[in-house]
Design a protein around this ligand. Structure first.
Ligand SMILES: NC(=O)c1ccc[n+]([C@@H]2O[C@H](COP(=O)([O-])OP(=O)(O)OC[C@H]3O[C@@H](n4cnc5c(N)ncnc54)[C@H](OP(=O)(O)O)[C@@H]3O)[C@@H](O)[C@H]2O)c1
Length: 245
């Protein structure tokens, strides 16, 4: 699929205010994709949407501020996208939070918060998007998981559990929607140079991490696939240095 064919498609990107989500918003906007980008902080998501809209004036960019910890938010995002963009072609479940704590110091509310934003919200977003994706001629779901969907790193039990969860339900979802022509991918990066990486691993030199634009380019590549072959998991791990993600 060329840029011309991506042009006019309608995408939801959660966590579009910063990091990987913001890079993805800019990359899809450059291909003419209309966007609903969501975030928790109203000022941040409005600022991000304005920045993208100012640079790419031929598309619609809708900001949507809401906390994905709230059970109502996923359905509200889908409703807004369908009403304002006229439908959904691409659902990109990117928003996430991390927690860096030993398991025995992790409190129940912290565990629940990570599981809710990283796993439960994407489950609801998929569930409510499916009827609309089935109406698209090129429907795609992309889940941003993590290397810790496969591995375990110390002090990341809740975060790793949430990423194992999204990978797990996505494996099933891929099979359940295959006959509807809905393509489902999971991307599992190592360290990406964003606020999150700095918060979890302040010791790392961010210039050596994966740039969020590289993840965005990977998404564009996946969204352009039209063949029959399904690629249902992509991992981006750059590091071989000991102690690096
Ligand atoms: N950075 C890495 O090293 C790395 C590696 C592998 C996977 N990932 C995954 O990639 C995804 C994006 O990570 P990132 O590094 O780009 O993160 P980031 O820079 O910290 O940005 C997180 C985004 O998620 C939004 N968000 C967080 N909590 C939310 C909530 N409760 N409700 C609604 N939106 C919320 C934030 O909105 P606000 O701006 O309003 O807070 C922001 O837009 C995450 O799923 C993360 O687990 C990251």
């Amino acid at each position: 699929m060329t840029t011309e064919k991506l042009s006019g498609k309608r995408a939801i990107i959660t966590g579009g205010s910063r990091g990987i989500g913001f890079s993805t918003a800019k990359a899809l906007a450059a291909h003419g994709v209309n966007l609903l980008i969501s975030g928790k902080n109203p000022e941040s998501i409005a600022k991000a949407a304005k920045a993208v809209a100012d640079e790419y004036r031929n598309i619609t960019v809708m900001p949507f501020a809401a906390d994905l910890s709230s059970k109502e938010t996923p359905q509200a995002i889908i409703y807004e996208a369908v009403n304002k963009l006229g439908g959904i072609d691409f659902l990109i479940n990117n928003a996430g939070i991390s927690l860096s704590k030993p398991l025995e110091n992790t409190e129940e509310d912290e565990w629940d918060a990570v599981m809710t934003v990283n796993a439960k919200a994407p489950y609801f977003l998929c569930k409510y998007a499916l009827p609309h994706l089935r109406k698209s001629i090129h429907p795609v779901i992309i889940q941003i998981a993590s290397v810790v969907a496969f591995k375990g790193y110390e002090h990341q039990s809740a975060y790793a559990a949430s990423k194992h969860a999204i990978l797990g339900f996505t494996k099933t979802l891929t099979k359940e929607v295959q006959n509807d022509g809905i393509r489902v991918y999971t991307i599992s990066p190592g360290g990406v140079a964003t606020d999150m990486a700095t918060a979890i691993r302040p010791d790392l030199d961010t210039t050596d991490l994966i740039h969020p634009d590289e993840i965005a380019e990977t998404l564009v590549y996946l969204l352009q696939q039209t063949g029959n072959a399904m690629i249902d998991n992509i991992s981006l791990h750059r590091f071989t240095k000991p102690g690096w993600l």
